[in-house]
Write a protein that binds this ligand. Structure first.
Ligand code: TNX
Length: 522
């Protein structure tokens, strides 16, 4: 009988043979020069979890003299960055060594993640706790979708740099390739812009007022809150992610959800002075469509686009109330000058200028699906969180689409209707629903679907522990939905592989939600 190998995501093709390879029989990691950094990361991980020490040496076709090796090699014509082909890899574990080959370093990074899952779960600990033994397998793998992401909302509740780095590692282990940082919202501005000091002096802090979302009886105690990433923090996050071939997509959410900006620089808005929001919801304050507001926004996008060298910048654009613009003489004048059909044109004006500016920096824009309401340049990608109708609308208007429906991938929603579940904003997204989901069902042009992304909105997730509990294990299942073709998923359902995977999460110290039901610690 073939032995059971429980990887998540399931590789597209996996053949197992009888027997194991003990990595202690190897002499080195033999890597192409371009792969040395990844080689050392792998060497360090093996060392931490198993005590094994493998030096990284220059790879050759035969490997270094006198021994079996773990080979990391580039082969074939190099595909463009951010394509599924760039993340394809082949992994052979045989009695005479390990061979990991790919056409692009990103594929090697994905193969390393699979290799780490082939090791015993305890090898994912931070202290030597497992034997470095791997089953003999042959894997040929490539993701179904290009963008497989998770969003951290560090705006509603700030989450420290170390937690962001940990989530990058967890994304990597699950062969996710995007961590989207929601850096600004009504409740806080979370990164330093040296030319705009008030953003972090004022905009990153909020007072201890009662948090009352839609419900005022939610039991949440008022707490003061704050924090932000310095430029050095951002640089550290950027290089940590880059080494792991994980793309950071930074979001500066404008022109709505802007109360933290307006608390710092009230002259950019139309209303009276108001503090950084101590409550959650949708607020009517927006940027006024003035040159000063544009200058501010472009300065902020430039700053973030320079730190994160990935191809995308997220401009937000969700839930922008039109009320202030409807009564603003500045907005009225703009509408007349530009011949806008309605007030949604004002948002479209912001979107267009942001796109042009970021395009000049070599970036692509992505925005929430509300950017469709007034129209957006077709090269902007659209992250659809509302209904399937917006997927169709976006595709019809020529956009590529990141699918993130709140019905399936909002992991800030309840996991069951058990009254012992920790307090959540609303919604119900059990893990079975995630596992059964096809993000690009037949009839949709899959080539225009960028991918899928889970959201961890943090109104009700005040610290990393809460975020972890909400994220896992649903995020592991989502990683499979994003990576693995439907037929392969159906042949070996992910929920049956999940119990073995939970041992990995446990070894990594992740406070995940147990499958049998909530065990809130509060
Ligand atoms: C809607 S999704 C929002 C967020 C909230 C979230 C809560 C989106 C683009 N906007 O501002 O945090 O719902 O689930």
């Amino acid at each position: 009988m073939q032995r059971r190998i429980s990887l998540i995501p399931q590789p597209q093709q996996l053949t197992a043979a009888d027997g194991d390879l003990d990595l202690r029989l190897l002499s080195a990691i033999a890597a192409d020069p371009e792969l040395h950094a990844l080689g050392w990361l792998l060497s360090d991980q093996l060392n931490r979890g198993t005590g094994l020490r493998l030096p990284v040496v220059q790879g050759t076709a035969e490997g270094p003299a006198g021994g079996r090796v773990l080979r990391l090699a580039l082969a074939g014509e190099r595909p463009a960055d951010f394509t599924t082909a760039a993340e394809a890899y082949r992994l052979d574990v045989a009695p005479d060594g390990v061979d990991l080959t790919a056409a692009h370093p990103a594929g090697i990074a994905r193969g390393i993640a699979t290799l780490r899952q082939l090791l015993p779960a305890d090898s994912l600990r931070e202290a030597p706790a497992a034997e470095p033994v791997v089953p003999l397998v042959s894997i040929v793998d490539e993701p179904r979708l290009r963008w497989r992401g998770v969003m951290l909302d560090v705006a509603r509740h700030f989450q420290p740099k170390d937690f962001v780095l940990k989530m990058i590692d967890r994304a990597w282990l699950h062969r996710l390739n995007v961590v989207h940082l929601h850096l600004t919202d009504d409740q806080g501005w979370r990164f330093e812009v040296p030319t705009r000091p008030r953003l972090t002096e004022i905009g990153s802090w909020r007072a201890a007022t009662k948090i009352g979302h839609a419900r005022s009886d939610d039991g949440y105690e008022p707490t003061p809150h704050g924090g932000f990433f310095s430029v050095s923090d951002l640089r550290e996050i950027a290089s940590y992610a880059r080494e792991r071939h994980v793309m950071i997509v930074p979001e500066i959410n404008l022109p709505g959800h802007a109360r933290a900006v307006l608390a710092a620089y009230p002259e950019l808005g139309a209303g009276q002075d108001k503090p950084v929001c101590p409550t959650f919801g949708v607020f009517e304050e927006v940027l006024e469509p003035t040159q000063a507001a544009l200058d501010f926004a472009l300065e902020a996008y430039t700053a973030i686009g320079e730190v994160f060298d990935g191809p995308f910048v997220h401009i937000g654009g969700d839930e922008v109330p039109m009320t202030q613009w409807e009564s603003s003489p500045v907005a009225r004048a703009l509408m007349e000058r530009e011949g806008m059909a309605d007030v949604h044109g004002v948002q479209a004006w912001f979107t267009r200028v942001f796109c042009e500016h970021l395009a000049a920096m070599g970036k692509r824009v992505i925005g929430w699906d509300e950017i469709l309401d007034g129209g957006a340049p077709p090269e902007a990608a659209v992250q659809v969180w509302r209904t399937q109708a917006y997927v169709e609308k976006a595709l019809e208007a020529g956009h590529e689409v990141l699918v993130s429906p709140q019905t399936h991938v909002y992991f800030d929603h309840y996991e069951s209707d058990d009254p012992r579940e920790p307090l959540r904003i609303h919604g119900l997204t059990p893990i079975e629903k995630v596992a059964a989901w096809d993000p690009a069902p037949p009839g949709i042009d899959e080539s225009r679907i960028l991918g899928v992304q889970a959201q961890l909105w943090s109104e009700y997730l005040p610290n990393p522990r809460d975020v972890e509990y909400a994220a896992f294990p649903r995020l592991a299942v989502l990683a499979e939905v994003a990576w693995t073709n439907v037929a392969v998923r159906e042949a070996d359902p992910v929920l049956e592989r999940l119990p073995a995977h939970l041992e990995r999460l446990h070894a990594m110290g992740i406070g995940y939600r147990p499958l049998e039901g909530p065990k809130p610690w509060q």
